[in-house]
Design a protein around this ligand. Structure first.
Ligand SMILES: [Zn+2]
Length: 271
C-alpha cells in the first residue's frame, strides 16, 4: 500500500512539474514592426504565439500601428506598450526631439497602452526636457517605462522621477546578476525582463548566480524573447523552448512567477 501511495504521489508530483513547464508564458518583450507585416499577418502571428505557448505578451512596435493590429486581433493576449518611435530613424533622436511628446500624448489618448517603451536610452543622454516630461506623463497615467538602458540610465530615470515604474529590458543587456540584484534591492518599483539574456542558462544549464537572484527576488523578474527582427518570429517556438528548459530548473513557484505571474500582476495593476 505504501508503495502505491508513494507511486501515486510521484505521478502527481511529476504531473505538476510538467504542468508548470507547459503552462502558457507571458512574454515581456515582443515587437510587430513594419518589416514583419508583409511576412506575417496578425492571424499568422497569433498562430505563432499559440505554437510557442505564449498566452500573453507586452507588445511594442515601430510604428505603433503594428501593436494595435495585434491588439485588435487578440485584445486579451496583447498588452500594448507605446514606443516613442514613429519610424526607425527616431531611435537616434527621440529623447531630444520635442515632437516626441505630442506624438505620445496623441497615441496615449486611445487609452489602450499600459506603458511607454521599449525605448533605448543611455545614462549619458538622459537629462533632456523630453525624458523629464515622459517620466511625468508615465506617473500621471500610471504607465510603465520599458527601458532598454544601461544601469546608469535606470538610476538616472529614478532620480528624475522616484515614483517611476520601470521594466528594465534585457536586464540592461550586459548587467550581471550582481548589478541587477543591487538595483532591485534599491528600487522597489523596478521589474527586470530577461529577453536575449542567454547567459542566464549557458548551454541550457541555469547559471548559479542568476538562480540565486531569482530565488532572492522571485516577484521582480519576467521572461521575454524580443522579436526585434522578423527572423526572431521564425525562431519563437525554439526560443521559448529554451526558456522553458531553464525555468524547469527552478522551484515551481519561482518558475511560475517568472513565466507568467509577475507580468500578470503588473498589467493587472495598471489602468
Ligand atoms: Zn526590443
Amino acid at each position: 500500500m505504501r508503495l502505491i501511495a508513494a507511486l501515486a504521489a510521484l505521478v502527481l508530483w511529476t504531473g505538476s512539474l510538467a504542468a508548470a513547464a507547459d503552462a502558457p508564458l507571458f512574454d515581456g518583450h515582443i515587437h510587430y514592426s513594419r518589416p514583419d507585416w508583409s511576412v506575417y499577418t496578425p492571424d499568422q502571428i497569433v498562430a505563432i504565439l499559440d505554437t510557442a505557448g505564449i498566452g500573453r505578451a507586452l507588445v511594442s512596435s515601430t510604428p505603433d500601428d503594428g501593436t494595435l493590429k495585434l491588439y485588435e486581433r487578440d485584445p486579451k493576449r496583447i498588452i500594448p506598450i507605446l514606443r516613442p518611435y514613429r519610424t526607425r530613424d527616431d531611435m537616434s533622436t527621440w529623447w531630444r526631439d520635442p515632437s516626441t511628446i505630442p506624438y505620445l500624448e496623441q497615441r496615449l489618448a486611445k487609452g489602450v497602452h499600459k506603458g511607454i517603451g521599449e525605448f533605448h536610452i543611455h545614462g549619458k543622454d538622459i537629462h533632456t526636457p523630453v525624458l523629464k516630461r515622459i517620466t511625468e506623463i508615465a506617473v500621471q497615467r500610471d504607465l510603465y517605462l520599458h527601458a532598454h538602458s544601461d544601469d546608469a540610465a535606470v538610476i538616472e530615470l529614478f532620480a528624475i522621477e522616484p515614483r517611476s515604474k520601470i521594466i528594465w529590458a534585457h536586464a540592461g543587456m550586459s548587467a550581471g546578476p550582481d548589478t541587477v540584484g543591487r538595483l532591485l534591492d534599491r528600487y522597489p518599483t523596478l521589474t527586470v525582463e530577461l529577453a536575449l539574456r542567454y547567459d542566464v542558462a549557458p548551454g541550457g544549464q541555469l547559471d548559479p548566480a542568476w538562480r540565486n537572484l531569482f530565488l532572492r527576488h522571485p516577484d521582480r523578474l519576467m521572461v521575454g524573447t524580443d522579436t526585434w527582427v522578423t527572423s526572431q518570429w521564425d525562431r519563437l517556438p525554439e526560443i521559448q523552448a529554451g526558456i522553458r528548459a531553464w525555468l524547469r530548473q527552478l522551484p515551481r513557484e519561482v518558475a511560475e512567477k517568472l513565466a507568467f505571474k509577475n507580468a500578470s500582476r503588473l498589467t493587472a495593476k495598471t489602468p
